[in-house]
Design a protein around this ligand. Structure first.
Ligand code: F6P
Length: 382
């Protein structure tokens, strides 16, 4: 008897990011080619399952989209089946999923979407997750796609702010996205040669920031400050742009660069300008790295689906693709810690984090180099 072909749903949820189409293309084509699967695209993340909006994806729909930003399926970062306009509609969503006759659902999302996916998997949905977000803050994976493109955009912005800041001898402040994680600010700050990087994980002391800016103004006559949107002053509060009482993430951050500008103006004698990059960080074409990474994640997810390893997420660990359970990524975030190598490099380069507890030091060497004598650099002959 001929085996029934797989019928697999695909959705993209949460904030969009470059590489979503590369992931849709990879998982869909890989399942079509290797399993003759039928692919059902769900519109606008979990909202499409709530409002029953789907469309069959053909091979042609998944072609020519690799380099496109955004998502051909649409997305939504506020609709949750567990709190849709104040109502729990998860049972109706589960019924609709069953009525579609799906063997499984591939959910491409960040922590909010994958947390919803975990809850739906407990109700019986066969889910495989693929991690995406420019914030790079998903637990269980060393990296998410979208991040590389975002830090490329922020780095280019910093290069541009440097030339104008240098010409006018100003303090230039750039605000990045990232929610409660400082990965974008930290990595782009290093790539863009920032003098000060302020991230949510370490509350800032305005006097420390002022001291660093003042000293850079003296030495090089301008100063570059990168501040993550989730940063706050010691004893202070988050700068909130807007709130939305329903959905998985009720707070939208934004505006801290202007707060910092006003605080610094009270402390130093220099012209200061603040720039907020906002959604420019999320738009446009994915970098080559993100195209390859999203393709690898999509193909790996296809093999998890084909092997019926549901309730899982594809992750990158120590440069290897593998899977972990949805439970391990749901309702958690991965933040910058004092153990993060990028933070150690930044500190040892003298970059100020506005926090006196973070002391510049050399990396602590954790791994013996096989065949070397001792754990020292430079290595010497035995
Ligand atoms: O999670 C991605 C992200 O871009 C965050 O960095 C940012 O805080 C948030 O989404 C912005 O959300 P919205 O697109 O709803 O303004």
């Amino acid at each position: 008897m001929k085996k029934k072909a797989l019928r697999i749903g695909v959705l993209t949820g949460g904030g969009d990011c470059p590489g979503l189409n590369a992931a849709i293309r990879a998982v869909s084509k890989s399942l079509m080619i290797n399993c003759s699967a039928e692919i059902i695209g769900i519109h606008d993340g979990f909202l499409g399952l709530i409002e029953q909006r789907t469309k069959k994806l053909n091979y042609a729909d998944c072609s020519g989209i690799l380099s496109q930003g955004g998502t051909i399926l649409g997305t939504n970062n506020s609709a949750s089946p567990f709190n849709f306009k104040g109502k729990d509609v998860s049972t109706e969503v589960m019924d609709y999923y069953l009525s579609l006759g799906l063997d499984g659902l591939v959910v491409i999302g960040g922590d909010g979407t994958l947390s919803i996916a975990y809850e739906m998997s407990k109700l019986g949905m066969n889910i495989v997750g693929i991690p995406k977000t420019i914030d790079n803050d998903l637990m269980g994976t060393d990296r998410t796609f979208g991040f590389d493109t975002a830090i490329g955009i922020v780095t280019e912005a910093l290069d541009r702010l440097r030339t104008t800041g240098q010409s006018h001898k100003r303090v230039m402040i750039l605000e990045t996205m990232g929610r409660y994680a400082g990965w974008i600010a930290l990595h782009a700050g290093i790539a863009g040669g920032a003098d000060v990087i302020i991230i949510p994980e370490f509350a800032y002391d305005i006097d420390e920031v002022a001291k660093a800016c003042q000293s850079r103004m003296g030495e090089q006559h301008y100063s570059i400050v990168v501040v993550a949107e989730g940063a706050k002053q010691a004893g202070g509060t988050l700068t909130v742009r807007e709130t939305n009482e329903f959905g998985s993430d009720p707070i939208r951050l934004g505006g801290v660069a202007n707060v910092l500008k006003m605080q610094l103006e009270q402390k130093i004698d220099a012209e200061i300008r603040a720039t907020t990059l906002g959604h420019i960080q999320r738009g446009g074409s994915p970098s080559a790295y993100d195209r390859i990474f999203a393709t690898n994640l999509g193909c790996y997810a296809a093999s998890l689906v084909a092997n019926q390893h549901f309730g899982t997420v594809v992750v990158l660990k120590n440069n290897q693709l593998c899977s972990t359970s949805l439970k391990n990524v749901a309702d958690k975030s991965r933040l910058v810690t004092t153990e993060s190598p990028a933070l150690a490099s930044a500190l040892s380069m003298g970059i100020c984090f506005g926090n006196a507890d973070l002391i510049p030091e050399l990396h602590s060497l954790k791994h013996e180099i096989p065949g070397s004598v001792g754990n020292h650099w430079p290595r010497t002959k035995a």
